[in-house]
Design a protein around this ligand. Structure first.
Ligand code: AMP
Length: 183
């Protein structure tokens, strides 16, 4: 099963993608986490992207796509995976389509929450890039670059929308129910 989680920053994608992946026995692949690990261990990629992450801008597609396509060649992806944070713009959609095929994803889970909830959650989370400036930039980047992908995946008949506000366990259960209804 290949599932993509889409949604604004702060909506709880990472938490839910991790939980659903664990329940399904498939890896949760988060580009944000991969970049943060590179920054933390000061690899050459980490040094190149640290400032970009801090500002909440998108890392250039060449770097992101190369890192991701390499990850998708790992043997643990053989039975599927949950993608979290990639693709984030149209060019990345095309790169993913080229690598796995236009109709290779089985579902796209879209988590929803209002901008007020998103801001509140991010500022409470306290991650290094959760400053007011970066948060508002990431919400803008999401609206401009990533939100249009929902329309594209809806046209492919893949979108399953789930309310991302409330109890973590209940949201996981809603996602699982919505996916079961989709397949
Ligand atoms: P996330 O953990 O998904 O919120 O991602 C954290 C940060 O990593 C983002 O604000 C971007 O700077 C970078 N990032 C993560 N995924 C991508 C992507 N697909 N393309 C470009 N930059 C990304």
């Amino acid at each position: 099963m290949r599932i993509l989680f889409l949604g604004a920053p702060g909506v709880g994608k990472g938490t839910q993608a991790e939980r659903v992946g664990e329940a399904m026995g498939i890896p949760h692949i988060s580009t944000g986490e991969m970049f943060r690990r590179h920054v933390g261990s000061r690899t050459s990629l980490g040094l190149r992207v640290a400032e970009i992450l801090a500002q909440g801008d998108l890392v250039p597609d060449v770097l992101t796509v190369e890192m991701m396509l390499e990850r998708l060649r790992d043997p643990d992806t053989i039975n599927g995976y949950i993608l979290d944070g990639f693709p984030r713009n149209l060019a990345q959609v095309h790169a993913l389509d080229g690598a796995i095929g236009d109709y290779a994803l089985d579902a796209v889970v879209v988590l929803e929450a209002s901008n007020e909830v998103l801001k509140e959650r991010m500022l409470a989370r306290g991650r290094a890039d959760d400053t007011e400036e970066s948060v508002s930039n990431r919400l803008d980047v999401y609206e401009r670059e990533t939100a249009p992908l929902i329309h594209l995946y809806r046209e492919r008949g893949l979108v399953v929308s789930v309310d991302g506000v409330g109890d973590v366990e209940k949201i996981t259960a809603s996602i699982q129910t919505a996916l079961a209804g989709h397949f």
